[in-house]
Design a protein around this ligand. Structure first.
Ligand SMILES: [Zn+2]
Length: 457
């Protein structure tokens, strides 16, 4: 297969950005060279002053298939991902039916994904009290790791774990070498706060915020740090919302514990002071907190306490958001954002002095590492998949329903003016998104850790 060069004046490599060329042969990058050293006779695609980033990796997305394609399935989720510059998604084990808590359920998911994917994907397995025996079989079936909830997850097909369950599970998890991802909120503080605010007006965002206090996250993070220390397992805190946990996490990392942390674009872009009454599109758990908290999360990213940014893209049919009632207690919690995440992040990051190198670390390299794909995804380097996103960092645009590309075009970001726009996305050297269209075949495959086996479509 012939080598071709993709080049621009702003190619984003680990630690630097500049005039380079990515030499691609089919699905692999063969070399990255300075722009003036492209071998003769190699055909060149020159993107001028646009940025070329590695295809983004979303390590936290809810695809909902099989079982809940009316919420969203592989086809629409991966389409929106391609439009957002993502080339690799790691699917959460819940909201689909069956939940991904056994090898059989994983097989059903694999079947459902066949021929449906615009970009590559992999699966997290669920860890629930009923499936502690399935940890090793699921690891053998090549899941990326395990996800658990320390609080009720909002649906009935997936159960929460407590400290005892985790103590029982961690020795087997240790054997697998896979990370444990945890939704870090404990029920105690939330139950008592909810009780205390029961009679308040639940159309008011502050009521919902009060019902999920920082303390719930903080105590869960403390528990996880303790279990991490005890077991030596890699533990990953998903969607950290409270900045109050950063000091504890900083300390745990300084002590060398294998704990990693993610946050999401909504915690870095939105703040509670600006959420109107009844605006249930903003409901997620843990909740969006104050402006001051948001700024402190940015500081956590700057310091490297927060390792990565994932979307927690979690769509549902519009009716479940109960927008007419505007009741924050009963509305579904979840914010879809996979098609917007890069622009949301760049809008905020660029005005705080961060560069696209930081963005690539948070949104491609970091998530790839978490999912065990660090030798194949998340970087523009020799031997990696030729997954790229062409991004105009200066473009200013307004979010409309037509730009969302996921199944139900609802979003708390509609009407917002953002900086930076995805123009094209390449998967394995082939264009899968180009300014609103999705050319070519559905070429996305499952891409698993360890063996990097690609399951045939
Ligand atoms: Zn989630």
């Amino acid at each position: 297969m012939a080598v071709q060069a993709f080049t621009s004046s702003r190619v984003v490599l680990p630690g630097k950005i500049g005039a380079f060329a990515v030499l691609v042969e089919g699905q692999r990058i063969v070399e990255v060279v300075p722009r003036n050293q492209i071998p003769r006779s190699v055909p060149i695609t020159d993107f001028g002053d646009l940025a070329i980033l590695p295809g983004l990796v979303d390590s936290h997305i809810h695809i909902n298939e099989p079982g809940r394609t009316e919420w969203e399935g592989f086809r629409m989720a991966t389409r929106a991902a391609a439009a957002g510059g993502y080339t690799m998604l790691v699917d959460m084990p819940l909201n689909c039916v069956p939940a991904t808590t056994s090898p059989e359920a994983l097989a059903v998911k694999r079947k459902a994904a066949q021929g449906q994917c615009h970009v590559d994907w992999a699966a997290w397995a669920g860890l629930v009290p009923e499936n502690l025996e399935q940890i090793i079989p699921l690891a053998s079936a090549c899941v990326s790791g395990f996800k658990c909830f320390l609080i009720h997850p909002g649906i009935d097909e997936f159960t929460m774990v407590n400290e005892d369950h985790l103590r029982a599970a961690l020795p087997n998890l240790k054997k697998t070498g896979l990370p444990l991802l945890a939704h870090a909120e404990l029920p105690g503080p939330i139950d008592s706060a909810t009780e205390a605010w029961m009679q308040a007006d639940w159309r008011v965002y502050k009521t919902y915020l009060n019902s999920r206090p920082d303390e719930a996250e903080l105590s869960a993070v403390e528990l996880l740090i303790g279990l991490c220390e005890e077991s030596g397992c890699q533990i990953h805190v998903v969607h950290l919302s409270t900045s109050k946990a950063l000091a504890r996490l900083r300390d745990a990392k300084r002590r060398g514990l294998p704990i990693t942390v993610e946050t999401c674009p909504h915690y870095l872009h939105l703040c509670s002071e600006e959420i109107s009454n009844g605006a249930t599109l903003h409901k997620c758990a843990p909740p969006i907190r104050s402006r001051e908290n948001c700024e402190a999360l940015w500081q956590g990213l700057r310091e490297g306490i927060i390792d990565l940014v994932a979307t927690d893209h979690s769509p549902c049919p519009p009716a479940m958001k109960q927008m007419e009632r505007g009741d924050f207690r009963s509305a579904w919690g979840g914010i879809p954002s996979v098609s917007l995440a890069l622009s949301l992040m760049w809008t905020e990051a660029s005005r705080r002095g961060f560069s696209l190198v930081d963005i690539a670390r948070w949104m491609a390299e970091g998530p790839a590492q978490l999912a065990g794909l660090e030798e194949r995804k998340g970087r523009l380097a020799a031997g990696f998949d030729s997954d790229m996103v062409v991004f105009d960092p200066e473009a200013e645009w307004t979010v409309t329903p037509a730009e969302l590309h996921y199944r139900h075009a609802i979003s708390p970001y509609l009407g917002e003016r953002l900086t930076g726009k995805v123009l094209m996305t390449f998967l394995g050297g082939e264009c899968v998104y180009k300014q609103g269209s999705f050319p070519g075949e559905l070429r996305g495959r499952e891409c698993t850790r360890k063996t990097f086996a690609t399951h045939p479509n």
